[in-house]
Write a protein that binds this ligand. Structure first.
Ligand SMILES: [Zn+2]
Length: 209
């Protein structure tokens, strides 16, 4: 709850929406969290030269304003899952909107260690790409498992940036084969999403690859 408020604003907003029959999915900024980025810079995506991966701005360090992307092959994923669980425990939300996710090539020490442990080579581009696909698939799988365990009403929206719908579908097929027939693809038109569907993979015109 916001420290300057004496009541739970989000809870009251959801209650007001439900009172007039309006569904209230909640937005979560997945992968971007500047407060935590400064606390745990070792969880951030790194390029080959150790510079940071930035979202929407040119700065690739902390000396200029900008958002820095987290690697999901790090303890950041557990931290994000804790946030999702807190929401599902405390609010009757109709959906979760997880923004700005996607397959990211990463050379952080978690990713380097993962590749070496598998007998792969961090200098081999293809090995790095394959790890990015597994990391993203694991993220989707763990979020979906948590939501299914905690809620029978929350729909999931994954907003994917920087990969093609084709690759997104392959990734999706790996972890959710049994529910493919209920997956809806939307091409950049976020405002047209109908809430009856279970999972959305949304193609963005932006590219961070
Ligand atoms: Zn990484």
């Amino acid at each position: 709850m916001h420290p300057e408020l004496s009541f739970d604003l989000l809870g009251e907003m959801i209650h007001a929406c439900h009172e007039i029959g309006v569904k209230a999915p909640l937005y979560i900024s997945a992968g971007l969290d500047e407060k935590m980025a400064r606390k745990h810079p070792e969880w951030l995506i790194r390029h080959k030269d150790e510079s940071l991966s930035c979202f929407g701005v040119l700065s690739n360090n902390f000396m200029e304003p900008g958002y820095h992307e987290f690697c999901f092959n790090s303890p950041y994923l557990d931290y994000l899952l804790q946030q999702i669980e807190e929401i599902l425990n405390n609010y009757p939300c109709d959906g979760l909107w997880l923004d700005i996710v996607g397959e990211r090539r990463c050379y952080c020490q978690n990713c380097v260690q993962s590749l070496l442990a598998e007998g792969k080579d961090p200098r081999n581009e293809e090995d790095v790409i394959q790890l990015s696909k597994r990391t993203f698939a694991n993220y989707v799988s763990r979020v979906k498992a948590l939501v299914e365990k905690k809620s029978n009403r929350a729909h999931l929206f994954f907003i994917i940036v920087g990969i093609s719908i084709g690759e997104g579908m392959i990734c999706y097929r790996q972890v959710h084969m049994q529910r493919l027939n209920r997956c809806q693809l939307v091409d950049g038109a976020m405002k047209t999403i109908p809430l009856q569907q279970d999972i959305y993979i949304i193609k963005s015109s932006s590219s961070l690859a």
